[in-house]
Write a protein that binds this ligand. Sequence first.
Ligand code: SAH
Ligand code: SF4
Ligand code: F3S
Length: 465
Amino acid sequence: MEQVNIPVTEPDRQYHFMNLLSEHVFDMTSKNGTSPTFNVTTFGCQMNAHDSEKLKGILTTAGFTEVSEEETPDLVILNTCTVRENANQKLYGHLGLLKSLKQKNPGMMIGLCGCMMQESHVIETIKSKYRHVDLVFGTHNIYKLAELLYRLLTEGGPVIEILDGTDTVVEALPQKRKYPFKGGVNIMYGCNNFCTYCIVPYVRGREKSRPKEEILAEVSSLAKDGAKEIMLLGQNVNSYAYDFPGLLSEVAAIEGVERVRFMTSHPKDLSDRLIDVIASEEKIARHIHLPVQSGSSAILKKMNRVYTKESYLDLVNRIRAKLPDISITTDIIVGFPGETETDFEETLDVCRKVRYDQAFTFIYSKRTGTPAAVFPDQVPPEVIKDRFDRLLATVNQIATERTARFAGSTRSVLVEDINRQDAGYLTGRTSENLTVHFPGDPSLIGQIVDVKLTEPKGFYYMGEL
Ligand code: SAH
Ligand code: SF4
Ligand code: F3S
Protein backbone atom coordinates (compact mmCIF):
# COMPACT_ATOMS: atom_id res chain seq x y z
CA MET A 1 0.00 0.00 0.00
CA GLU A 2 1.25 3.45 -0.85
CA GLN A 3 2.13 5.33 2.31
CA VAL A 4 3.13 8.98 2.10
CA ASN A 5 4.66 10.68 5.08
CA ILE A 6 2.04 12.42 7.14
CA PRO A 7 3.42 15.61 8.70
CA VAL A 8 3.29 15.57 12.50
CA THR A 9 3.45 19.33 13.02
CA GLU A 10 0.49 21.65 12.59
CA PRO A 11 -0.83 23.30 10.55
CA ASP A 12 1.16 21.32 7.91
CA ARG A 13 -0.63 18.14 8.92
CA GLN A 14 -4.06 19.66 8.27
CA TYR A 15 -2.97 21.09 4.91
CA HIS A 16 -1.82 17.58 4.04
CA PHE A 17 -5.32 16.25 4.82
CA MET A 18 -6.99 19.08 2.92
CA ASN A 19 -4.92 17.96 -0.06
CA LEU A 20 -5.96 14.34 0.36
CA LEU A 21 -9.57 15.47 0.74
CA SER A 22 -9.39 17.50 -2.42
CA GLU A 23 -8.28 14.39 -4.38
CA HIS A 24 -11.27 12.62 -2.91
CA VAL A 25 -13.50 15.55 -3.85
CA PHE A 26 -12.08 15.46 -7.39
CA ASP A 27 -13.09 11.79 -7.72
CA MET A 28 -16.55 12.51 -6.31
CA THR A 29 -16.95 15.42 -8.73
CA SER A 30 -15.97 13.37 -11.79
CA LYS A 31 -18.34 10.61 -10.71
CA ASN A 32 -21.37 12.82 -9.96
CA GLY A 33 -20.80 15.73 -12.30
CA THR A 34 -20.99 18.24 -9.44
CA SER A 35 -18.71 18.91 -6.50
CA PRO A 36 -19.84 17.73 -3.06
CA THR A 37 -21.67 20.33 -1.00
CA PHE A 38 -21.74 21.36 2.67
CA ASN A 39 -23.60 23.56 5.10
CA VAL A 40 -22.48 24.75 8.53
CA THR A 41 -25.14 25.93 11.01
CA THR A 42 -23.90 27.90 13.99
CA PHE A 43 -25.47 28.18 17.43
CA GLY A 44 -24.23 30.46 20.22
CA CYS A 45 -21.81 33.34 20.41
CA GLN A 46 -19.38 35.24 18.19
CA MET A 47 -16.62 32.83 19.14
CA ASN A 48 -18.60 29.98 17.65
CA ALA A 49 -19.50 32.03 14.58
CA HIS A 50 -15.82 32.67 14.03
CA ASP A 51 -14.99 28.96 14.50
CA SER A 52 -17.55 28.21 11.81
CA GLU A 53 -15.71 30.51 9.40
CA LYS A 54 -12.66 28.33 9.97
CA LEU A 55 -14.66 25.14 9.30
CA LYS A 56 -15.99 26.65 6.09
CA GLY A 57 -12.48 27.71 5.11
CA ILE A 58 -11.19 24.15 5.48
CA LEU A 59 -14.08 22.63 3.52
CA THR A 60 -13.89 25.22 0.75
CA THR A 61 -10.13 24.67 0.43
CA ALA A 62 -10.77 20.94 0.09
CA GLY A 63 -13.15 21.64 -2.80
CA PHE A 64 -16.57 21.41 -1.16
CA THR A 65 -19.19 23.97 -2.21
CA GLU A 66 -21.31 25.81 0.37
CA VAL A 67 -25.09 25.53 -0.05
CA SER A 68 -28.09 26.14 2.21
CA GLU A 69 -29.40 23.31 4.37
CA GLU A 70 -32.60 23.14 2.27
CA GLU A 71 -30.50 22.10 -0.72
CA THR A 72 -29.68 18.82 1.09
CA PRO A 73 -25.90 19.16 1.31
CA ASP A 74 -23.64 16.10 1.25
CA LEU A 75 -22.19 17.24 4.56
CA VAL A 76 -24.09 19.06 7.31
CA ILE A 77 -22.18 20.42 10.31
CA LEU A 78 -23.87 21.80 13.40
CA ASN A 79 -21.57 23.93 15.55
CA THR A 80 -23.27 23.77 18.94
CA CYS A 81 -23.70 25.94 22.04
CA THR A 82 -24.59 24.79 25.55
CA VAL A 83 -24.62 28.03 27.54
CA ARG A 84 -28.33 27.57 28.36
CA GLU A 85 -30.59 24.54 28.36
CA ASN A 86 -32.66 25.81 25.41
CA ALA A 87 -29.51 25.98 23.25
CA ASN A 88 -29.20 22.30 24.05
CA GLN A 89 -32.81 21.48 23.18
CA LYS A 90 -32.50 23.26 19.85
CA LEU A 91 -29.78 20.85 18.78
CA TYR A 92 -31.82 17.73 19.50
CA GLY A 93 -34.74 19.24 17.58
CA HIS A 94 -32.51 19.98 14.63
CA LEU A 95 -31.04 16.47 14.68
CA GLY A 96 -34.56 15.06 14.47
CA LEU A 97 -35.18 17.04 11.27
CA LEU A 98 -31.88 15.93 9.79
CA LYS A 99 -32.76 12.30 10.44
CA SER A 100 -35.68 12.40 8.03
CA LEU A 101 -33.56 14.33 5.51
CA LYS A 102 -30.90 11.64 5.72
CA GLN A 103 -33.44 8.87 5.23
CA LYS A 104 -34.20 10.44 1.84
CA ASN A 105 -30.50 10.99 1.09
CA PRO A 106 -28.58 8.11 2.62
CA GLY A 107 -25.23 9.46 1.43
CA MET A 108 -25.58 12.55 3.57
CA MET A 109 -22.96 13.01 6.31
CA ILE A 110 -23.85 14.70 9.60
CA GLY A 111 -21.18 16.27 11.78
CA LEU A 112 -21.44 17.84 15.24
CA CYS A 113 -18.90 20.04 16.95
CA GLY A 114 -18.61 22.92 19.40
CA CYS A 115 -19.26 23.47 23.08
CA MET A 116 -22.04 20.97 23.66
CA MET A 117 -19.79 18.13 22.47
CA GLN A 118 -17.47 18.74 25.44
CA GLU A 119 -20.11 17.32 27.79
CA SER A 120 -19.82 13.57 28.28
CA HIS A 121 -23.58 13.05 28.80
CA VAL A 122 -24.21 14.61 25.38
CA ILE A 123 -21.78 12.22 23.70
CA GLU A 124 -23.52 9.29 25.42
CA THR A 125 -26.92 10.50 24.19
CA ILE A 126 -25.68 10.91 20.64
CA LYS A 127 -24.08 7.47 20.61
CA SER A 128 -27.24 5.80 21.88
CA LYS A 129 -30.08 7.84 20.37
CA TYR A 130 -28.73 9.70 17.35
CA ARG A 131 -26.98 7.02 15.37
CA HIS A 132 -27.36 8.93 12.13
CA VAL A 133 -24.53 11.22 13.25
CA ASP A 134 -21.26 10.44 11.41
CA LEU A 135 -18.70 12.83 12.83
CA VAL A 136 -18.27 14.35 16.30
CA PHE A 137 -15.49 16.61 17.52
CA GLY A 138 -15.16 19.29 20.21
CA THR A 139 -13.80 22.75 20.87
CA HIS A 140 -10.18 21.67 21.38
CA ASN A 141 -9.74 19.88 18.06
CA ILE A 142 -11.89 22.00 15.77
CA TYR A 143 -8.83 22.63 13.59
CA LYS A 144 -8.71 18.89 12.78
CA LEU A 145 -11.83 18.83 10.60
CA ALA A 146 -9.89 17.88 7.44
CA GLU A 147 -8.16 14.95 9.14
CA LEU A 148 -11.32 13.64 10.82
CA LEU A 149 -13.43 14.00 7.69
CA TYR A 150 -10.78 12.18 5.67
CA ARG A 151 -10.89 9.37 8.20
CA LEU A 152 -14.68 9.22 7.88
CA LEU A 153 -14.53 9.09 4.09
CA THR A 154 -11.81 6.44 3.91
CA GLU A 155 -12.48 4.24 6.94
CA GLY A 156 -16.18 4.79 7.59
CA GLY A 157 -17.87 6.16 10.66
CA PRO A 158 -18.89 7.23 13.09
CA VAL A 159 -15.71 9.16 13.85
CA ILE A 160 -15.85 10.56 17.36
CA GLU A 161 -12.92 12.47 18.83
CA ILE A 162 -13.27 14.63 21.92
CA LEU A 163 -10.29 16.01 23.85
CA ASP A 164 -10.53 17.10 27.49
CA GLY A 165 -8.21 20.01 26.92
CA THR A 166 -5.28 21.08 24.84
CA ASP A 167 -2.02 23.02 24.90
CA THR A 168 -1.90 23.31 21.14
CA VAL A 169 -3.85 26.08 19.51
CA VAL A 170 -3.58 25.69 15.78
CA GLU A 171 -3.84 28.87 13.76
CA ALA A 172 -3.02 29.78 10.18
CA LEU A 173 -5.71 27.62 8.66
CA PRO A 174 -8.03 28.92 5.93
CA GLN A 175 -11.11 30.98 6.87
CA LYS A 176 -14.18 31.75 4.85
CA ARG A 177 -15.61 35.05 6.06
CA LYS A 178 -19.29 35.83 5.81
CA TYR A 179 -18.53 39.43 4.82
CA PRO A 180 -15.28 40.30 3.03
CA PHE A 181 -15.25 43.76 4.64
CA LYS A 182 -15.21 42.58 8.25
CA GLY A 183 -13.40 39.89 10.14
CA GLY A 184 -13.18 38.38 13.61
CA VAL A 185 -9.83 37.63 15.22
CA ASN A 186 -9.42 35.51 18.34
CA ILE A 187 -7.10 37.18 20.79
CA MET A 188 -7.61 34.56 23.48
CA TYR A 189 -9.32 31.25 24.03
CA GLY A 190 -11.13 29.84 27.06
CA CYS A 191 -12.02 31.45 30.35
CA ASN A 192 -10.67 31.35 33.91
CA ASN A 193 -13.41 33.28 35.65
CA PHE A 194 -15.70 30.46 36.69
CA CYS A 195 -18.81 32.55 37.24
CA THR A 196 -20.82 30.04 39.24
CA TYR A 197 -23.68 29.76 36.72
CA CYS A 198 -21.54 29.41 33.62
CA ILE A 199 -20.46 26.33 31.70
CA VAL A 200 -18.10 28.07 29.31
CA PRO A 201 -14.87 27.46 31.31
CA TYR A 202 -15.68 23.73 31.37
CA VAL A 203 -16.32 23.40 27.65
CA ARG A 204 -13.77 25.91 26.34
CA GLY A 205 -10.96 25.24 28.80
CA ARG A 206 -8.48 27.56 30.51
CA GLU A 207 -7.58 31.00 29.27
CA LYS A 208 -4.85 31.16 26.62
CA SER A 209 -3.80 34.46 25.09
CA ARG A 210 -2.31 34.58 21.61
CA PRO A 211 0.99 36.43 21.17
CA LYS A 212 0.52 40.00 20.06
CA GLU A 213 2.69 39.62 16.93
CA GLU A 214 0.55 36.75 15.74
CA ILE A 215 -2.67 38.76 16.18
CA LEU A 216 -1.23 41.83 14.46
CA ALA A 217 -0.05 39.69 11.54
CA GLU A 218 -3.51 38.18 11.17
CA VAL A 219 -5.18 41.59 11.28
CA SER A 220 -2.74 42.93 8.66
CA SER A 221 -3.50 40.06 6.36
CA LEU A 222 -7.26 40.53 6.83
CA ALA A 223 -6.89 44.25 6.12
CA LYS A 224 -4.89 43.55 2.95
CA ASP A 225 -7.69 41.23 2.00
CA GLY A 226 -10.27 44.02 2.27
CA ALA A 227 -11.47 43.82 5.88
CA LYS A 228 -12.23 47.34 7.15
CA GLU A 229 -13.79 46.33 10.45
CA ILE A 230 -11.97 44.02 12.86
CA MET A 231 -13.67 42.36 15.82
CA LEU A 232 -11.26 41.18 18.53
CA LEU A 233 -12.74 38.16 20.24
CA GLY A 234 -12.38 36.60 23.67
CA GLN A 235 -14.58 35.63 26.64
CA ASN A 236 -12.90 38.38 28.64
CA VAL A 237 -10.68 40.53 26.42
CA ASN A 238 -9.69 42.69 29.40
CA SER A 239 -7.67 39.85 30.87
CA TYR A 240 -5.65 39.44 27.66
CA ALA A 241 -2.18 38.55 28.94
CA TYR A 242 -0.10 40.93 26.80
CA ASP A 243 -1.77 44.31 27.41
CA PHE A 244 -5.18 44.71 25.82
CA PRO A 245 -5.24 48.54 25.56
CA GLY A 246 -1.84 48.41 23.82
CA LEU A 247 -3.07 45.72 21.45
CA LEU A 248 -6.17 47.73 20.64
CA SER A 249 -4.24 50.82 19.61
CA GLU A 250 -1.77 48.78 17.57
CA VAL A 251 -4.62 47.07 15.74
CA ALA A 252 -6.26 50.44 15.02
CA ALA A 253 -2.97 51.71 13.57
CA ILE A 254 -2.79 48.97 10.92
CA GLU A 255 -3.20 50.28 7.39
CA GLY A 256 -6.63 49.55 5.98
CA VAL A 257 -8.30 49.03 9.36
CA GLU A 258 -11.05 51.60 9.73
CA ARG A 259 -13.00 50.28 12.68
CA VAL A 260 -12.13 48.03 15.61
CA ARG A 261 -14.60 46.29 17.90
CA PHE A 262 -14.01 43.94 20.78
CA MET A 263 -16.09 41.46 22.71
CA THR A 264 -16.57 40.74 25.64
CA SER A 265 -15.42 43.03 28.45
CA HIS A 266 -15.63 41.71 31.98
CA PRO A 267 -16.30 44.70 34.28
CA LYS A 268 -13.82 43.49 36.88
CA ASP A 269 -10.82 44.01 34.57
CA LEU A 270 -11.75 47.10 32.56
CA SER A 271 -8.95 49.60 33.16
CA ASP A 272 -8.89 53.40 32.97
CA ARG A 273 -6.13 53.02 30.42
CA LEU A 274 -8.52 51.14 28.16
CA ILE A 275 -11.01 54.00 28.44
CA ASP A 276 -8.25 56.47 27.54
CA VAL A 277 -7.16 54.41 24.54
CA ILE A 278 -10.74 54.25 23.22
CA ALA A 279 -11.17 58.00 23.74
CA SER A 280 -7.94 58.80 21.91
CA GLU A 281 -8.55 56.63 18.86
CA GLU A 282 -11.57 57.36 16.69
CA LYS A 283 -11.30 54.05 14.84
CA ILE A 284 -12.21 52.14 18.00
CA ALA A 285 -15.97 51.65 18.01
CA ARG A 286 -18.05 53.74 20.40
CA HIS A 287 -19.54 50.66 21.95
CA ILE A 288 -18.75 48.58 25.03
CA HIS A 289 -20.57 45.38 25.84
CA LEU A 290 -20.31 45.26 29.62
CA PRO A 291 -22.33 42.35 31.04
CA VAL A 292 -23.64 43.21 34.49
CA GLN A 293 -25.58 39.93 35.08
CA SER A 294 -27.24 41.32 38.24
CA GLY A 295 -27.54 44.64 40.04
CA SER A 296 -27.42 43.11 43.50
CA SER A 297 -24.02 42.97 45.18
CA ALA A 298 -25.13 39.92 47.18
CA ILE A 299 -26.07 38.02 44.02
CA LEU A 300 -22.93 39.21 42.21
CA LYS A 301 -20.93 37.73 45.06
CA LYS A 302 -22.73 34.39 44.72
CA MET A 303 -22.13 34.56 40.98
CA ASN A 304 -18.40 35.08 41.60
CA ARG A 305 -18.38 38.18 39.39
CA VAL A 306 -15.84 39.97 41.64
CA TYR A 307 -17.43 43.44 41.42
CA THR A 308 -20.26 45.12 43.30
CA LYS A 309 -23.20 47.22 42.22
CA GLU A 310 -21.31 50.33 43.36
CA SER A 311 -18.04 49.50 41.62
CA TYR A 312 -19.93 48.69 38.41
CA LEU A 313 -21.82 52.00 38.48
CA ASP A 314 -18.57 53.80 39.23
CA LEU A 315 -16.97 52.13 36.21
CA VAL A 316 -19.85 53.23 33.98
CA ASN A 317 -19.45 56.80 35.26
CA ARG A 318 -15.72 56.74 34.50
CA ILE A 319 -16.45 55.49 30.96
CA ARG A 320 -19.14 58.13 30.35
CA ALA A 321 -16.95 60.94 31.75
CA LYS A 322 -14.46 60.39 28.93
CA LEU A 323 -16.80 58.97 26.29
CA PRO A 324 -20.14 60.74 26.77
CA ASP A 325 -21.72 59.40 23.57
CA ILE A 326 -20.62 55.77 23.85
CA SER A 327 -23.16 52.95 23.66
CA ILE A 328 -23.15 50.57 26.59
CA THR A 329 -24.89 47.22 26.24
CA THR A 330 -25.20 44.39 28.70
CA ASP A 331 -26.29 40.86 29.57
CA ILE A 332 -28.59 40.22 32.53
CA ILE A 333 -29.60 36.95 34.17
CA VAL A 334 -32.95 36.77 35.96
CA GLY A 335 -33.70 34.21 38.64
CA PHE A 336 -30.22 33.24 39.81
CA PRO A 337 -30.58 30.96 42.88
CA GLY A 338 -31.40 32.99 45.99
CA GLU A 339 -32.47 36.10 44.03
CA THR A 340 -35.07 37.94 46.13
CA GLU A 341 -37.48 40.65 45.03
CA THR A 342 -35.11 43.20 46.62
CA ASP A 343 -32.16 41.78 44.66
CA PHE A 344 -34.20 42.00 41.49
CA GLU A 345 -35.12 45.62 42.19
CA GLU A 346 -31.40 46.38 42.45
CA THR A 347 -31.07 45.06 38.90
CA LEU A 348 -33.88 47.36 37.72
CA ASP A 349 -32.17 50.20 39.55
CA VAL A 350 -28.87 49.58 37.72
CA CYS A 351 -30.74 49.54 34.39
CA ARG A 352 -32.33 52.91 35.17
CA LYS A 353 -29.04 54.40 36.33
CA VAL A 354 -26.87 53.12 33.49
CA ARG A 355 -29.52 53.48 30.77
CA TYR A 356 -28.31 50.69 28.50
CA ASP A 357 -28.51 51.08 24.74
CA GLN A 358 -29.41 47.43 24.59
CA ALA A 359 -29.71 44.65 27.13
CA PHE A 360 -29.81 40.92 26.45
CA THR A 361 -31.92 39.33 29.15
CA PHE A 362 -31.73 35.66 30.05
CA ILE A 363 -33.66 33.41 32.36
CA TYR A 364 -31.23 31.59 34.64
CA SER A 365 -30.60 28.12 33.29
CA LYS A 366 -29.23 25.40 35.50
CA ARG A 367 -26.07 23.91 33.98
CA THR A 368 -25.09 20.54 35.42
CA GLY A 369 -21.56 20.62 36.77
CA THR A 370 -21.52 24.33 37.63
CA PRO A 371 -21.54 25.34 41.32
CA ALA A 372 -24.85 27.25 41.08
CA ALA A 373 -26.72 24.16 39.88
CA VAL A 374 -26.72 22.87 43.45
CA PHE A 375 -27.21 26.21 45.24
CA PRO A 376 -30.24 26.31 47.54
CA ASP A 377 -33.28 28.54 46.92
CA GLN A 378 -33.71 28.00 43.21
CA VAL A 379 -36.32 30.60 42.18
CA PRO A 380 -39.74 29.23 41.09
CA PRO A 381 -40.48 29.58 37.34
CA GLU A 382 -43.56 31.80 37.80
CA VAL A 383 -41.57 34.28 39.89
CA ILE A 384 -38.83 34.34 37.26
CA LYS A 385 -41.37 34.86 34.48
CA ASP A 386 -42.88 37.86 36.25
CA ARG A 387 -39.46 39.43 36.88
CA PHE A 388 -38.33 38.71 33.35
CA ASP A 389 -41.35 40.51 31.88
CA ARG A 390 -40.83 43.55 34.11
CA LEU A 391 -37.14 43.66 33.26
CA LEU A 392 -37.83 43.40 29.55
CA ALA A 393 -40.35 46.27 29.68
CA THR A 394 -37.82 48.44 31.53
CA VAL A 395 -34.83 47.75 29.31
CA ASN A 396 -36.87 48.10 26.11
CA GLN A 397 -38.26 51.46 27.12
CA ILE A 398 -34.81 52.76 28.06
CA ALA A 399 -33.23 51.37 24.88
CA THR A 400 -35.88 53.11 22.76
CA GLU A 401 -35.23 56.41 24.50
CA ARG A 402 -31.47 55.97 24.18
CA THR A 403 -31.68 55.15 20.48
CA ALA A 404 -33.65 58.34 19.86
CA ARG A 405 -30.74 60.49 21.07
CA PHE A 406 -29.13 60.30 17.63
CA ALA A 407 -32.17 61.51 15.68
CA GLY A 408 -31.19 64.05 13.04
CA SER A 409 -27.45 63.46 13.37
CA THR A 410 -25.16 62.20 10.62
CA ARG A 411 -22.93 59.22 11.42
CA SER A 412 -20.50 57.08 9.51
CA VAL A 413 -22.04 53.76 8.67
CA LEU A 414 -20.41 50.57 7.43
CA VAL A 415 -22.80 49.27 4.77
CA GLU A 416 -23.26 45.54 5.33
CA ASP A 417 -26.09 44.19 3.22
CA ILE A 418 -29.11 44.71 1.04
CA ASN A 419 -32.15 45.18 3.29
CA ARG A 420 -33.95 41.89 3.77
CA GLN A 421 -37.44 43.42 3.47
CA ASP A 422 -36.88 45.95 0.72
CA ALA A 423 -34.18 45.48 -1.92
CA GLY A 424 -34.06 49.22 -2.62
CA TYR A 425 -32.66 49.72 0.87
CA LEU A 426 -29.29 48.98 2.40
CA THR A 427 -28.52 48.04 5.99
CA GLY A 428 -25.48 49.20 7.90
CA ARG A 429 -24.11 49.88 11.34
CA THR A 430 -22.79 52.95 13.11
CA SER A 431 -19.75 52.93 15.31
CA GLU A 432 -22.18 52.64 18.27
CA ASN A 433 -23.43 49.36 16.75
CA LEU A 434 -26.77 50.92 15.84
CA THR A 435 -28.49 49.45 12.79
CA VAL A 436 -29.71 51.84 10.10
CA HIS A 437 -31.71 51.16 6.94
CA PHE A 438 -31.51 53.65 4.08
CA PRO A 439 -32.17 53.82 0.32
CA GLY A 440 -29.01 53.16 -1.66
CA ASP A 441 -27.20 51.22 -4.33
CA PRO A 442 -25.78 47.76 -3.52
CA SER A 443 -22.40 48.89 -4.89
CA LEU A 444 -21.97 50.69 -1.55
CA ILE A 445 -21.83 47.41 0.38
CA GLY A 446 -18.53 47.21 2.25
CA GLN A 447 -18.00 50.98 2.23
CA ILE A 448 -18.17 53.42 5.11
CA VAL A 449 -20.57 56.22 4.20
CA ASP A 450 -22.21 59.18 5.95
CA VAL A 451 -25.85 58.55 6.73
CA LYS A 452 -28.32 60.95 8.30
CA LEU A 453 -30.38 59.18 10.96
CA THR A 454 -33.81 60.54 10.20
CA GLU A 455 -36.30 58.36 12.02
CA PRO A 456 -35.73 56.30 15.19
CA LYS A 457 -37.71 53.04 15.18
CA GLY A 458 -37.13 51.66 18.65
CA PHE A 459 -33.87 49.74 18.31
CA TYR A 460 -32.91 50.87 14.81
CA TYR A 461 -33.07 53.83 12.46
CA MET A 462 -34.31 54.78 9.04
CA GLY A 463 -31.90 57.14 7.38
CA GLU A 464 -30.67 58.75 4.17
CA LEU A 465 -27.28 59.06 2.55
N1 SAH B 1 -17.83 35.88 28.70
C1 SAH B 1 -18.99 36.66 28.66
C2 SAH B 1 -20.28 35.90 28.55
C3 SAH B 1 -20.40 34.66 27.73
S1 SAH B 1 -21.93 33.82 27.87
C4 SAH B 1 -19.05 37.48 29.94
O1 SAH B 1 -18.57 37.09 30.96
O2 SAH B 1 -19.64 38.52 29.89
C5 SAH B 1 -23.09 35.06 27.35
C6 SAH B 1 -24.13 35.36 28.37
O3 SAH B 1 -24.93 34.25 28.62
C7 SAH B 1 -23.62 35.76 29.72
O4 SAH B 1 -23.21 37.09 29.79
C8 SAH B 1 -24.77 35.48 30.62
O5 SAH B 1 -25.63 36.58 30.74
C9 SAH B 1 -25.53 34.37 29.88
N2 SAH B 1 -25.41 33.11 30.61
C10 SAH B 1 -24.33 32.38 30.85
N3 SAH B 1 -24.63 31.29 31.57
C11 SAH B 1 -25.96 31.33 31.81
C12 SAH B 1 -26.88 30.49 32.51
N4 SAH B 1 -26.48 29.40 33.13
N5 SAH B 1 -28.19 30.87 32.54
C13 SAH B 1 -28.60 31.98 31.90
N6 SAH B 1 -27.79 32.80 31.24
C14 SAH B 1 -26.48 32.48 31.18
FE1 SF4 C 1 -18.83 32.53 31.68
FE2 SF4 C 1 -18.05 34.27 33.47
FE3 SF4 C 1 -16.27 33.27 31.77
FE4 SF4 C 1 -18.13 34.97 30.92
S1 SF4 C 1 -16.49 35.42 32.38
S2 SF4 C 1 -17.53 33.05 29.95
S3 SF4 C 1 -19.89 34.44 32.16
S4 SF4 C 1 -17.35 32.15 33.36
FE1 F3S D 1 -22.27 28.95 23.66
FE2 F3S D 1 -19.83 28.04 23.65
FE3 F3S D 1 -20.27 30.56 23.05
S1 F3S D 1 -21.39 27.53 25.12
S2 F3S D 1 -22.09 31.06 24.21
S3 F3S D 1 -20.99 28.83 21.90
S4 F3S D 1 -18.51 29.74 24.12
